[in-house]
Design a protein around this ligand. Structure first.
Ligand code: 5GP
Ligand code: ZN
Length: 175
């Protein structure tokens, strides 16, 4: 189990391993969690959540705010935002990610009825290479319509069965 302390080098110098000493660990984990709940001052979605920047909110509960994308792919492009600042899928509590997707499933079918589209992409970008431009976790709900010009695509590779097996071997039983 890896240490989540933001200062692992200090512990190393002191010859303390917080992952082995529960007292330190609890202290550090509590601070870690608290820090994450504080809105990030330079995060546009934290500002939207705090009401400092206006947004078109379509749903809200204790944990999430759902807003319309300001530069939408088309009518109904919405974003599900956790109210706590969490940058991406690599850092979000998996249980919270689950609740965000449960909300996506509920909203998707309700939006479909009202806006009259039939298909939808649900996307979630993590990191700049993956196209993330706002570094506060969010799920895109993107209604799809015939000839809408939206492009979510890649060139399909053609690995051999051996290459597939090699990747499978690396990735099996990771969690
Ligand atoms: P990403 O590229 O990080 O996956 O998605 C960020 C999304 O946030 C983009 O689709 C972009 O249009 C949207 N966005 C950026 N700034 C604002 C804003 O100020 N308000 C709203 N509602 N959406 C924004
Ligand atoms: Zn934020």
């Amino acid at each position: 189990e890896s240490c989540r302390c933001p200062f692992p080098s200090v512990c190393k110098i002191l010859w303390l391993n917080p992952c082995k000493f529960s007292f330190f660990r609890v202290m550090i984990e509590e601070n870690y969690t608290k820090e994450r709940k504080i809105p990030m001052s330079d995060c546009i979605f934290c500002k939207i959540i705090a009401g400092e920047i206006p947004s078109a909110t379509i749903y809200e509960n204790d944990e999430f705010k759902v807003i319309l994308d300001r530069f939408p792919s088309g009518e109904g492009h919405a974003l599900i935002l956790p109210k706590n600042h969490v940058p991406n899928v690599f850092e979000i509590d998996p249980a919270q990610a689950g609740r965000a997707y449960a909300l996506a499933a509920k909203l998707a079918r309700a939006m479909k009825e009202v806006l009259g589209f039939t298909d939808m992409n649900i996307l979630q970008n993590n990191g700049p290479i993956a196209g993330q431009t706002v570094f506060h976790f969010h799920i895109h709900l993107i209604p799809r319509r015939e000839d809408d010009g939206i492009n979510v695509t890649w060139t399909p590779g053609e690995p051999t069965d051996e290459q597939i097996a090699a990747v499978q071997a690396k990735l099996t039983n990771l969690i």
